[in-house]
Ligand binder design. Structure first.
Ligand SMILES: CC(C)(COP(=O)(O)OP(=O)(O)OC[C@H]1O[C@@H](n2cnc3c(N)ncnc32)[C@H](O)[C@@H]1OP(=O)(O)O)[C@@H](O)C(=O)NCCC(=O)NCCS
Length: 251
C-alpha cells in the first residue's frame, strides 16, 4: 500500500499522462505509466550489471575516475554545452558530478559512463542510461565537449548505450527528455533509433520537454544482430514482471 501511494505521488507530481492527447484519470494515468514503464524498481530487484568498459569503433565507454574531473569540469563550465542541461557548474559541483556518476555506476551496476576517444584516451563527455529522477523510467543522457561535436561521437555512444541497456537490463523501453530547440540532441536521438513519444512535465531545469523513446521491440528490429545474445531479448518476461510489480503497488 505504501508503494501504491508512492506511485500515485510520482504520477501526480509528474503527469506523464500528459503524453496522452486526452484527459485521463489518475488510475488510467497510472495504467499508462505501467504500460510505458521501464521500471527502475524492477531493475533493482533483478540487480543486473552493465559490463564496462564497452568499446565501439572509435570510443571507449568506461566508469568514471577522479582523473576525469578536470575534463568534465571544463565541459560543465562551457555555456554552450550546458545550455540545455541546467547551465554551467563550478569546479566543485562538476567534481561531485563525476564522483557521483562513478559511485552510482559502481553501486547500482549501471549508469552514465565516461566517453573516451580510443585514439588518444581523452575523455570527451559522458553517455549512458540512468534512472530518470522521480519517475519509473530509465533515460539515456549524454553531453560532449564542444571541440568534439558533429563527428558522430554522440550517436556512436548513444547507440552503444541503448544496446547495453537492452542487452543487460530488464527494461521494456528507454526514454530521453530533450528540449524542442536542442536540434543536435534530437538528431542524435533519432539517429539512434528513438522516436517522439510525447511531452513530459516537471522536468528540471525547464518545466516541460519532449519525451523520446525506444522500446525493446523496435530496438530488436533496429539492431537484430546484437539482440541474439541478450538475456532479456527473447520475450517480455521482464516487462510482465514490471507490470505485476506496479499493479500490486496500486492495489
Ligand atoms: C547534443 C550533442 C551531444 C551532440 O553531440 P555530437 O557528437 O555533435 O553528435 P553527432 O555528431 O553524433 O550528431 C549531431 C547531429 O546533429 C546535427 N546538428 C548539429 N547541430 C544542429 C542544429 N543546430 N540543428 C540541427 N541539426 C544539428 C549534426 O549535423 C548531426 O547530424 P548529421 O549526422 O545528420 O549531420 C552535443 O551537441 C552536446 O554535447 N550538446 C550539449 C549537451 C546536450 O545538449 N545534451 C543533450 C541533452 S538532451
Amino acid at each position: 500500500m505504501r508503494g501504491g501511494r508512492a506511485l500515485l505521488r510520482v504520477y501526480r507530481g509528474f503527469p506523464l499522462a500528459q503524453t496522452c492527447p486526452r484527459t485521463v484519470s489518475p488510475a488510467e494515468g497510472a495504467r499508462l505509466m505501467i504500460h510505458l514503464a521501464s521500471s527502475v524498481d524492477a531493475i533493482r530487484g533483478a540487480s543486473p550489471r552493465i559490463p564496462a568498459p564497452c568499446l565501439t569503433s572509435r570510443l571507449e565507454l568506461r566508469p568514471f575516475c577522479e582523473d576525469d574531473i578536470e575534463r568534465i569540469a571544463t565541459l560543465l563550465a562551457d555555456r554552450e554545452v550546458t545550455l540545455f542541461i541546467g547551465g554551467t557548474k563550478p569546479f566543485a559541483a562538476a567534481a561531485d558530478s563525476v564522483l557521483y556518476m562513478r559511485d552510482a555506476f559502481a553501486g547500482r551496476g549501471w549508469g552514465t559512463l565516461a566517453v573516451v576517444q580510443r585514439s588518444n584516451n581523452a575523455c570527451i563527455g559522458y553517455c549512458g542510461v540512468r534512472p530518470l529522477i522521480n519517475t519509473p523510467y530509465v533515460e539515456l543522457a549524454f553531453a560532449f565537449e564542444r571541440t568534439s561535436w558533429n563527428c558522430g561521437y554522440a550517436t556512436e555512444a548513444a547507440k552503444a548505450s541503448l544496446d547495453l541497456a537492452f542487452r543487460h537490463l530488464p527494461v521494456d523501453s528507454v526514454v530521453a527528455t530533450v528540449y524542442p530547440d536542442n536540434r543536435a540532441s534530437i538528431r542524435v536521438l533519432t539517429k539512434a533509433g528513438m522516436y517522439l513519444h510525447g511531452s513530459i512535465f516537471g522536468v528540471w531545469p525547464r518545466s516541460s520537454a519532449l519525451l523520446y523513446r525506444l522500446d525493446r521491440t523496435t530496438w530488436r528490429t533496429f539492431v537484430p544482430s546484437l539482440t541474439r545474445s541478450s538475456p532479456f531479448a527473447a520475450g517480455r518476461v521482464a516487462a510482465r514482471r514490471t507490470d505485476r510489480v506496479y499493479s500490486t503497488k496500486l492495489r
